[in-house]
Design a protein around this ligand. Structure first.
Ligand code: FES
Length: 156
């Protein structure tokens, strides 16, 4: 597997991010893979682990389905932070979707500062279906980090 297999040929926007961003406090959009992090989030909820209320989860069938434009659109429409949580390397149900997502995340981390967005407002990480504790820890860390940053220029 390599980043060379990355393609921009992806499906169109699955959702209008502005419509799902919660009101009040910081607004975090989290794209969660159906097979791993979404199940991890579900397990975290069932286990009554702390999950930030600021999180708006968008379930996708694979992290590889999340186009960079969806992440940028989320920022543009008012998200204070955006996460993409994928299956661990080697566990993607579609073989290389998480690698594609990883490559895009690297690209976005270089791109967003040029758009006036602090790169700490974006996080790509891995969470399996069994890792409810990890889901809780990562999401709470990220929300705390975003909360500590100044208001985002895109919100104007
Ligand atoms: S199926 Fe989970 S990242 Fe691809």
């Amino acid at each position: 597997m390599s980043c060379q297999s990355y393609s921009t040929a992806q499906p169109t926007s699955p959702t209008n991010c502005a419509g799902v961003i919660a009101s009040g406090g910081v607004k975090i959009v989290a794209f969660l893979c159906n097979w791993c992090s979404y199940a991890g989030a579900d397990k975290a909820g069932a286990s009554q682990l702390p999950v930030p209320a600021e999180l708006t989860a968008i379930r996708v069938m694979c992290s590889g389905r999340v186009e960079p434009t969806l992440i940028l659109e989320s920022f543009q429409k008012g998200a204070d932070g955006v996460m993409v949580l994928a299956c661990h390397p080697g566990d993607c149900h579609y073989k290389e979707g998480n690698l594609r997502a990883y490559c895009r995340a690297e690209l976005l981390e270089r791109l967003v500062p040029q758009l006036g967005v602090d790169p700490r407002r974006f996080r790509f990480d891995y969470v399996s279906a069994a890792e409810a504790d990890r889901f809780s820890q990562i999401t709470n860390e990220f929300v705390d980090q975003v909360r500590a940053l100044a208001a985002i220029p895109f919100n104007d």
